[in-house]
Write a protein of this length. Structure first.
Ligand code: UD1
Ligand code: CA
Length: 489
């Protein structure tokens, strides 16, 4: 196979086109398909092929493409877009003494598979032809270059749609735009391409006839699956490609041991990894760099993005974004777990709970109507319904610390910066400030003010302002001394 050959391989990705029909500020090849920019899909397909160098021909918005690719490819700027032959010629100076193979692909054909490119390369090498071209048969070939074959099956020429005669326009075998060329033959032929055609362009496809006339054969490889070669010219094509790729991703995930109840309403990015015996319920979207462990139940109606879930995690009707949940956590229904949140083993986030930039200890429950921002909550802690961190005073974000084995009654406000010591239990409707719990500075009464007196003047003012923001009808009460835990979930 190609990847084992000693012969060197370079790839040229044509991506200088304007993408006019996309109507976009973004270069066409940077538009995502299933969460990954088109051109990255192509690079991903090339990766296992042992390509010595990837050249990307850029034109329209080339700086953006170049920034995106960084060191993954050499970008070659094509100032004037004079056609596909002209585009490939741009790399000639880079490959002056190169005596290997050149794989030519397009940046807007994101569904191509490694195996198919491998077969295209292997065929050229084993048959020692000047080139191979990947073709497919379409019921509606309009718009594509047609493959005209010799009697012996080799390709005589490729005729662009606009240049076809009445016989050629009926040919249903088309050029997909993928080729593997012997480098020397390719650059020899490119010098001889002219632009005397309907579009006044230098066609790469003309190299086939030029090589043939010099007794250098070009063969066709038929793509096994036409969905691999769908090209994208507009956003309708994007939606079609998205559907094909989505199906491919879901099949791979199902084959790996994951149950997907309804593939038609399940959207999973290519970058997502899911463990066996996890079930994905309908209306679920899983995006970005997400890892989900074994035996989880995700959905219905869940969005998970760039997050990590451990084993046996249940998420129902919720959004988890940039967060991490260890084994056996339960989230939802109707929870919003935001970036920077870490839920440790067996913690339980219930209904209408929002958590941002917070760390929750093992076996800790926040079951109803709560907001936790910038909080560190210990293990075995129970936060009653309506627990709210007041972490933002309009200017500054402050932290909340709650210890292990704490029980907060219903409707407690944690006015940050605040610290609740281990094993503290509070009454309902409390405003907790300063340091709460046994030891110096118990409760929210005078001792809390004492705790504050050690703070700077500015913090004191902020604390007063934050306290003033507490609704007047909330009685400020002293925190109860530790008492027997009365769990009322
Ligand atoms: C091309 C093929 C056609 C094939 C079709 C498959 C030629 C002449 N024709 O036609 O046989 O059926 O692809 O989709 O090659 N590009 C540049 N620089 C240029 C011109 C084009 O980089 O100067 C890039 C475009 O960005 C695009 C690719 O080359 O990625 C193909 O160009 P395009 O103009 O779309 O060619 P088609 O007319 O689609
Ligand atoms: Ca095209």
């Amino acid at each position: 196979m190609a990847r084992k050959s000693k012969r060197e391989l370079v790839a040229v990705i044509l991506a200088a086109g304007k993408g006019t029909r996309m109507n976009s500020q973004l270069p066409k090849v940077l538009h995502p398909i299933c969460g990954t920019p088109m051109i990255d899909h192509v690079l991903e397909a090339l990766r296992p092929l042992n390509v010595a160098q990837v050249y990307v021909i850029t034109g329209h918005l080339h700086e953006m493409v170049k920034d995106h690719l960084a060191n993954r490819a050499v970008c070659v700027y094509q100032r004037e877009r004079l056609g596909t032959a002209h585009a490939v010629k741009m790399v000639a100076s880079h490959l002056r003494n190169f005596d290997g193979d050149v794989l030519v692909t397009c940046g807007d054909t994101p569904l191509i598979k490694t195996e198919t490119l491998d077969a295209l390369i292997a065929r050229r090498r084993s048959h020692h032809t000047a080139g191979t071209v990947l073709t497919t048969v379409l019921a509606e070939p309009r718009g594509y270059g047609r493959i005209v074959r010799n009697r012996d099956g080799t390709v005589r020429k490729i005729v662009e749609d606009k240049d076809t005669n009445t016989y050629e326009e009926k040919i249903d075998e088309i050029n997909t735009g993928f080729y593997c060329f012997d480098a020397k033959s390719l650059f020899w032929a490119l010098k001889r391409v002219r632009n005397d055609n309907a579009q006044k362009e230098f066609y790469l496809t003309d190299t086939v006839e030029i090589l043939g006339a010099a007794d250098q054969e070009v063969e066709a490889c038929i793509a096994p699956d036409f969905t691999e070669v769908v090209g994208i010219n507009n956003r309708r094509d994007m939606a079609v490609a998205e559907r094909f790729l989505r199906e491919r991703i879901l099949h791979r995930i199902m084959d790996s041991g994951v149950t997907i109840i309804d593939p038609s309403t399940t959207y999973i990015d290519n970058t997502v990894r899911i463990g066996i015996d996890t079930t994905i319920h309908p209306l679920t979207i899983i995006r970005g760099n997400t890892f989900i462990g074994e035996g989880c139940e995700i959905g219905p109606n869940v969005t998970v993005s760039s997050s990590r879930l451990g084993r046996n995690v249940r998420v129902l009707n919720s959004v988890v974004d940039g967060a991490s949940a260890d084994d056996n956590c339960r989230i939802g229904p109707y929870a919003f777990v935001r970036a920077g949140t870490l839920l440790r083993e067996n913690s339980h986030i219930g209904t209408f709970v929002e958590i941002a930039r917070s760390d929750l200890g093992a076996n800790t429950d926040v079951l109803h109507h709560s907001y936790l921002g910038d909080a560190h909550i210990g293990a075995e802690t129970y936060l009653g319904a309506g627990t709210m961190t007041c972490n933002f005073d309009g200017a500054h974000i402050q932290r909340t610390e709650v210890g292990n084995g704490v029980f907060l009654g219903f409707n407690n406000l944690l006015v940050a910066p605040v610290r609740v010591r281990d094993a503290v239990q509070t009454d309902h409707n409390m405003v907790l400030e300063g340091t709460v719990g046994p030891g110096p500075g118990i409760g929210t009464g005078p001792s809390t003010r004492e705790a504050r007196s050690r703070d700077s003047e500015r913090e004191k003012q902020e604390a007063t302002a934050a306290a003033a923001a507490v609704p007047a009808k909330r009685p400020r009460r002293k925190a109860a001394a530790p008492r027997r835990k009365a769990r009322g979930k």
